[in-house]
Design a protein around this ligand. Structure first.
Ligand code: FPP
Length: 249
């Protein structure tokens, strides 16, 4: 990429789309903070729900894209523990969208080898949504192509506290880093090597705090509903251009 492209990249703008280099490693786990649905709708004088609906369409495209790029694990932050503070109408709209996504679109993904896992505590979700999620998790359990984690009622601090409680219950009194990792929702998965946040905010928002210790961060101004396969490819290509030293030289 040109210096100009690098400059643009520094400011988080993905005006210049760049391609994956197939001779270099690709991320084993991409995590995405899907942000900007509300702003997408506001720019168009539409209700926030339209932004979420468009955002759900982007979810479908990006799951397909991740699969086509052979990414082993994709984690999407769909509902945080803080999102309950939104107006009840918006919360129930998000639940309906999720239900429709899983009920109507997921079969195609299951047939295509996608495995679903939930990160978070969905016990307070509407029962029919819980049933649909649990059914899909079971039905897709043997799939191996793409592990799709959807973070739902998820908070990283809560996840870490839960891990420590589980370790105490298992009699682990002097935990190692490996012990902690083993008791997280992502216990058998590689840590994300690439974390993407859309819509330009530079925050982690209580997402995968333990797992992203060494992740490369990629922030783009593109709003989630506008995020495309080409934007995902650009993010992966940026990742490939960075040298990961893990604290070494
Ligand atoms: C952030 O945008 C987005 C969310 C809190 C919800 C994410 C939900 C979806 C992408 C759609 C449904 C999900 C699935 C998995 C089908 P925001 O509302 O905070 O946007 P703003 O910051 O511009 O207001």
């Amino acid at each position: 990429m040109s210096d100009f492209g690098n400059l643009i990249g520094l400011f988080g703008l993905s005006i210049i789309l760049i391609k994956i280099d197939h001779s270099l490693p690709i991320p084993k786990h991409i995590a995405i903070i899907m942000d900007g649905n509300g702003r997408w709708a506001k720019k168009r004088f539409l209700p926030r729900s339209s932004g979420h609906r468009q955002g759900a369409k982007t979810v479908k495209e990006i799951v397909k894209a991740a699969k086509s790029f052979n990414i082993p694990v994709l984690t999407l932050y769909a509902f945080s523990t803080e999102n309950w503070k939104r107006p009840p109408d918006e919360v129930s709209f998000l639940f309906d969208l999720l239900f429709n996504f899983i009920e109507k679109s997921f079969q195609e993904f299951i047939d295509g080898g996608v495995r679903l896992r939930v990160l978070g505590d969905i016990s307070k979700f509407p029962p029919r949504l819980i049933n649909e999620i649990e059914r899909t998790v079971k039905e897709s359990a043997a799939n191996k192509d793409l592990q799709l984690n959807i973070a739902l009622n998820y908070g990283a601090r809560q996840e870490i506290i839960l891990a420590f409680k589980k370790m105490a219950a298992a009699g682990i009194t002097d935990p190692t880093q490996e012990d902690v990792s083993k008791f997280l929702y992502t216990h058998d998965q590689p840590d994300p090597d690439l974390l993407i946040r859309t819509s330009g905010e530079r925050r982690i928002s209580n997402f995968l705090l333990w797992q992203i210790a060494y992740s490369e961060l990629y922030i783009t101004d593109v709003l989630w509903p506008d995020f495309t396969k080409a934007d995902l490819e650009t993010a992966i290509a940026h990742f490939q251009k960075r040298q990961r030293r893990f604290g070494g030289l």
